[in-house]
Design a protein around this ligand. Structure first.
Ligand code: DGL
Length: 267
């Protein structure tokens, strides 16, 4: 871990989704400074090949690591499953991925005979099999149903998560899982916790929703504490994006409950 208590935590995503991780980081570590990067001009990433996702995320990492950072959280499941090893090899900064944390959280309390688990994610994440590997490694008797839900990324990037069309899409995407009687739903894309209330309403209160951000923030907190790198404060927050600042500032402001000023940059 880079050796200064005051250094911020870098957090990045293809777009606004990583804010669901930033929110938990800020809640659990209110003194830590955060530098957020969203490649909003090139989102969504989940429709691209592994090679393109890796090239795009390398660009973000080059930008972020030009700043002094304590560590970097890849707040994007798609980038974690597609490019984690390439990024870890290319950059000399502590790098944290969120997929294994979500898998760990998901299997807690599952009985020995298994459970029906749904995983919703991007096309690239589903195709990679990353969640299947991480979940089955921890519990071989899970019955996993995966579903790519690309339109939910698009609605979220525009700030339309609770539109009629978005609600209809949620129901359409989750119908098979509901019929199969899933007991847990992994929201395997950082944009998806923005729909958590809609998922809960559609699936019913007995389905446990797994938000990778919650377990990830707890793990990051533990790592920072163990390294003795807790920031005494006060915290700073910086937001960099590649697209339109108005939409981002509105979505981020609503989610984080504070006024957000974002700087538009070119990669
Ligand atoms: N938020 C991202 C994830 O967690 C990817 C969304 C996208 O750009 O397709 O997978």
């Amino acid at each position: 871990m880079a050796n200064s208590r005051e250094y911020p935590i870098g957090i990045f995503d293809s777009g606004v989704g990583g804010l669901t991780v930033a929110r938990r980081v800020m809640e659990q570590m209110p003194n830590e400074s955060v530098v957020y990067f969203g490649d909003t001009a090139r989102a969504p990433y989940g429709v691209h090949s592994k090679e393109t996702i890796t090239a795009y995320s390398m660009d973000i990492m080059r930008y972020l690591t030009a700043k002094p950072l304590k560590m970097v959280i890849i707040a994007c499941n798609t980038i974690c499953v597609s490019s984690y090893y390439e990024l870890a090899e290319a950059f000399n900064v502590p790098l944290f991925e969120i997929v294994s944390c979500a898998a760990e959280e998901c299997v807690i309390g599952v009985p020995r005979e298994g459970a029906n688990v749904g995983v919703i994610a991007t096309e690239a994440t589903v195709r990679s099999g990353g969640y299947l590997i991480e979940l089955l490694k921890r519990h071989p008797f899970l019955n996993i149903i995966q579903k790519p839900c690309p339109d939910l990324v698009t609605f979220a990037e525009k700030g339309f998560t609770h539109s009629v069309a978005a609600r209809q899409k949620c129901a359409e995407y989750l119908r098979d899982m509901k019929e199969a009687g899933i007991e847990r739903l992994v929201m395997g894309c950082t944009h998806f916790p923005l729909y958590a209330d809609i998922f809960a309403e559609y699936l019913g209160g007995n389905v446990k929703l797994i938000d990778p951000a919650v377990a990830s923030a707890a793990k990051v907190k533990g790592a920072i504490r163990e390294a003795g790198l807790e920031n005494p404060g006060p915290p700073k927050r910086e937001f960099y994006i590649t697209g339109d600042t108005d939409t981002f500032e509105r979505v981020a402001g609503n989610l984080l409950g504070m006024e957000i000023k974002a700087e538009r940059v070119t990669l």
